[in-house]
Write a new protein. Structure first.
Length: 254
């Protein structure tokens, strides 16, 4: 396992709020993994806790069988990249220059990019189909293109694990599917572990290798098919408006 938790509790200290407890999840060496749950269940909290942005209330996170806190910030940045919701992007910076920021864990104090760094930048832009826009200022991009720029920067960082918080927020249905299919492709072709929080449960059920479900302060991780067969998805939402259809294996309005 590349990343795993052992009996962690997540939440906030001021005021003290426990979001979920006794969390044991495993992030394998490759695959696409979605964190799902209703609004306010703790998806973003778990994402931030896994990446070390939020301190744990209890337990430990292990990276390659060693406690995450035992690694230096630089080493963590070479192993794990993070894309947060509403992440600020300098509006006048070009696409290529912004993606180049992903190489900071490897550049010297002057930030000079070597040939290898530039090749990672170009490769990442091509992977998200943005190379033709490399000189364009970020302010001129659509929401969908901006999300791809953030993903490209994470790819350029060349980490084995990519963690994203709601990468499809503010996108239309087509671009939501496009971004998630892109993440699926990257996880498979580049052999990376990609973990993301999402509200797009129907898409996650179709695309992901496994799901992490947060419900009533508990966390369950399993393959989509296993979660469907267990019946746990039936009680995820109030039944007066939405139900889980076992035949089509998606949520539908009543």
């Amino acid at each position: 396992m590349r990343l795993e938790t052992k009996n962690i509790s997540i939440g906030y200290s001021r005021p003290e709020v426990e979001i979920a407890k006794s969390v044991d999840i495993q992030i394998p060496s490759a695959g696409l993994i979605a964190v799902i749950g209703v609004n306010g269940s703790g998806k973003s909290t778990l994402i931030k806790s896994l990446s070390g942005v939020l301190p744990l209330q209890k337990g430990d996170i292990y990276l390659h069988d060693k406690p995450l806190h035992s690694f230096s910030p630089k080493t963590i940045a070479q192993e794990l990249s993070l894309v947060l919701t509403k992440q600020p992007i300098p509006q006048n910076i070009s696409v290529m220059d912004f993606v180049a920021l992903g190489r900071q864990p490897y550049t010297n104090w002057l930030g000079i990019n070597k040939h290898r760094d530039k090749s990672h930048i170009i490769k990442s832009l091509k992977q998200v189909d943005l190379y033709q826009l490399k000189e364009k200022p970020c302010i001129a991009l659509s929401d969908g293109q901006l999300q791809k720029v953030l993903i490209a920067r994470a790819i350029a960082q060349d980490t084995k694990i990519i963690i994203l918080d709601e990468p499809t927020s503010h996108l239309d249905m087509y671009h939501k599917a496009m971004v998630l299919k892109l993440l699926k492709k990257i996880s498979k072709e580049a052999h990376k572990s990609i973990v993301f929080a999402t509200h797009e449960i129907n898409l996650a059920l179709q695309l992901c290798d496994s799901l992490i479900l947060i419900k009533d302060q508990s966390v369950i991780q399993d393959k989509p098919k296993t979660l469907i067969e267990s019946g746990v998805l039936k009680g995820l939402f109030p039944k007066d408006l939405i139900r889980f259809d076992e035949e089509s294996q998606i949520f539908k309005m009543i």
